[in-house]
Design a protein around this ligand. Structure first.
Ligand SMILES: Nc1nc2c(c(=O)[nH]1)N[C@@H](CN(C=O)c1ccc(C(=O)N[C@@H](CCC(=O)O)C(=O)O)cc1)CN2
Length: 286
């Protein structure tokens, strides 16, 4: 079996085109385009690359970019001052704080200080709480991108057994909440470093979301033949980028979202979608 590709790059390009039409409409009505802000602290090369990619996407979709960068030794006060500034900036429709923040900073306090209405990442505690309650809210970008990628490729979700590996706040924890909504109706098992018998859990699954940050963790012998496999892990090694899914997994999988070119571009596209939706909400609020 050779897996069908879940092509995140092509799907994200299609979504950006759809969003660009809505941005043009908003820009005509509001007299200015929606704006995405990014807050980047420190010099992690990966974070710089992701933020640069987000602004490239904005340019393609007609969304204005607002960039704020702080040095690695920035204080909590300095970061929170930038948050206050973006909360007050009418040109900033939504913004994100690129994670992870340097270890001396309190990321939860930073996220909590954001205006939840401008939370383009869906990571503010109020918005995560709304997700738990099933109330409309901006959704975390990677989980939203994964669901969108599966739906646009007709991967069956209702009743599917999903094994998620990794319990981080950007992917592992929120994706269970999305996939178990009545509209998706999947059954989710969340595995992590403390899980006993990981291979057994993976083998049970129709869909595997690998977000552990452990290169080559998921191998073909662990998979149920025909499973959909989404590689979310990105590790920078001396030989380049490595995903969590071993290259041999394509022989057993029915669908594969590879890294690169699978979930990553969808994460970026969903960020734009969250900004456009926030701008549309604002336009409809007197
Ligand atoms: N505030 C946030 N921080 C982080 C998030 C997030 O959703 N919000 N997720 C990740 C990083 N991330 C977005 O910020 C992200 C990661 C990877 C990609 C991507 O396009 N990856 C490429 C491969 C990587 C490369 O070429 O360098 C791909 O998969 O094709 C986009 C966004 C952690 N932080």
């Amino acid at each position: 079996m050779t897996a069908q590709k879940l092509d995140g790059k092509a799907t994200a390009a299609e979504i950006r085109r759809e969003l660009a039409a809505r941005v043009a409409q908003l820009t005509a009505t509001d007299g200015r385009p929606p704006g995405l802000g990014t807050v980047l602290v420190g010099d992690d090369p990966g974070s710089h690359a992701y933020v640069a990619g987000k602004h490239r996407d904005c340019a393609q979709a007609g969304i204005a970019s607002i960039r704020r960068e702080l040095p690695a030794d920035a204080t909590q006060r300095q970061v929170e001052d930038v948050i206050d500034e973006l909360n007050a900036d009418p040109a900033c429709t939504g913004y994100i704080v690129q994670l992870p923040l340097p270890g001396h900073l309190d990321a939860n306090a930073v996220l909590e200080r954001m205006d939840p209405a401008k939370d383009a990442d869906g990571l503010h505690p109020l918005n995560l709480g709304r997700l738990v309650l099933g109330v409309a809210a901006p959704l975390p970008c990677t989980p939203r991108g994964i669901v969108e990628l599966l739906l646009r490729h007709d991967v069956p979700l209702a009743g599917a057994r999903v094994c998620v590996i990794g319990r981080g706040i950007t992917v592992g924890r929120p994706i269970g909440l999305l996939l178990t909504r009545r509209s998706e109706n999947a059954t989710v098992t969340l595995c992590h470093t403390g899980t006993k018998g990981l291979a057994w859990h993976v083998r049970e699954a129709d869909i595997v979301v690998a977000a552990a940050g452990s290169p080559g963790l998921i191998t073909k012998d662990m998979l149920r033949p025909g499973a959909a496999v989404l590689d979310v892990g990105i590790t920078r090694t001396e030989h380049g980028l490595a995903g969590d899914v071993h290259p041999d997994a394509a022989q057993a999988a029915g669908w594969l979202a590879p890294m690169p070119g699978g979930v990553g571009p969808m994460t970026r596209a969903m960020l734009l979608a969250n900004v456009v939706e926030a701008a549309e909400r604002n336009a409809n609020t007197p």
